[in-house]
Design a protein around this ligand. Structure first.
Ligand SMILES: *[C@@H]1O[C@H](CO)[C@@H](O)[C@H](O)[C@H]1NC(C)=O
Ligand SMILES: *[C@@H]1O[C@H](CO)[C@@H](O)[C@H](O)[C@H]1NC(C)=O
Length: 264
């Protein structure tokens, strides 16, 4: 059983999931340490945001609105790009939480339902913002929400969940914040829109930097809340995202060109 001091130090740690460095420290020791979960990312973590957004602004519903999505576990489509549960669902379950409610869309604004956390991850979201990508000739697909928009939404939600700055600090200290996966779509959209690999390589340091600065974001003057793993993100070690991204891009390019040919 975790002692209260090991419990509280664990609370302050921040779990981070990246494109290729998914690491999990969820185990029985952290059970009971967190009072809420907030998560950010794209389709690998979206528990219904893109679907909710499409319902509220009457754009075409995404594929995740239809079977076989949702078939094996929920037995109906939930907006998850998966037939069952996502990693974030298993994390929530393992920690004794309900599935994370999507923040965006028609049902947003009911703050009380986010008391135990919220999911800001939107399928198709990018790490870099949509206007910057558009300047590079890479256009948003399905949504213009990027990591910065997700983090800003969290900042806007926060005051409705805690009344004073010390209150908010306490809330953040007791929250598990899950970042990612995010960044894959920056490359994905670029490849699908016919950019060459050399152009796409130039995005890698920008994508890595935007993710690491989002992790390091300061909210209301509180300590850098998102901490664990930042040095690893910025670092140059062989399993760091920068090196791994360079290494993975040609493999990704290959798969995408196969996919593009197949879909024609
Ligand atoms: C978009 O991203 C670029 C590059 O990271 C940045 O310079 C710019 O300020 C961002 N714009 C918005 C609206 O966030
Ligand atoms: C995204 O698109 C919507 C609707 O077109 C617009 O209102 C919003 O300002 C855009 N957001 C960003 C971050 O570009």
């Amino acid at each position: 059983m975790a002692t209260s001091s090991s419990c509280s130090s664990l609370k302050q740690q921040f779990l981070m999931f990246l494109v290729v460095t998914i690491s999990s420290i969820i185990n029985s020791q952290v059970n009971g340490c967190f009072t809420s979960i907030f998560s950010f990312g794209d389709s690998l973590t979206d528990t219904g945001n893109l679907l909710e957004i499409s319902l509220s602004d009457s754009t075409n519903p995404p594929h995740s609105a239809f079977l076989p999505y949702g078939r094996t576990f929920f037995h109906h489509p939930t907006g998850r790009f998966c037939d069952g549960r996502l990693v974030i669902d298993f994390i929530a379950e393992a920690l004794g939480f309900s599935f994370l409610p999507p923040f965006y869309g028609s049902k947003s604004g009911k703050w009380e339902k986010f008391q135990k956390g919220a999911n800001f991850a939107v399928a198709s979201a990018t790490a870099l913002n949509s206007s910057f990508l558009a300047e590079q000739g890479i256009h948003s697909v399905s949504t213009n929400i990027s990591l910065g928009v997700e983090v800003n939404s969290f900042k806007h939600l926060l005051p409705s969940l805690c009344s004073s700055s010390s209150n908010c600090k306490e809330l953040l200290r007791n929250s598990l914040i899950v970042m990612g996966e995010i960044g894959g779509n920056d490359y994905n959209h670029a490849f699908m829109q016919g950019k060459n690999i050399e152009n796409i390589r130039q995005l890698v340091p920008l994508v890595v930097d935007i993710i690491s600065s989002s992790i390091n974001v300061r909210i209301d003057g509180c300590c850098p809340c998102f901490k664990l793993g930042v040095d690893r993100v910025r670092g140059n070690d062989i399993f760091g995202p920068r090196k791994l991204s360079y290494w993975m891009l040609p493999i990704f390019a290959d798969k995408i060109s196969w996919f593009r040919k197949g879909s024609i």
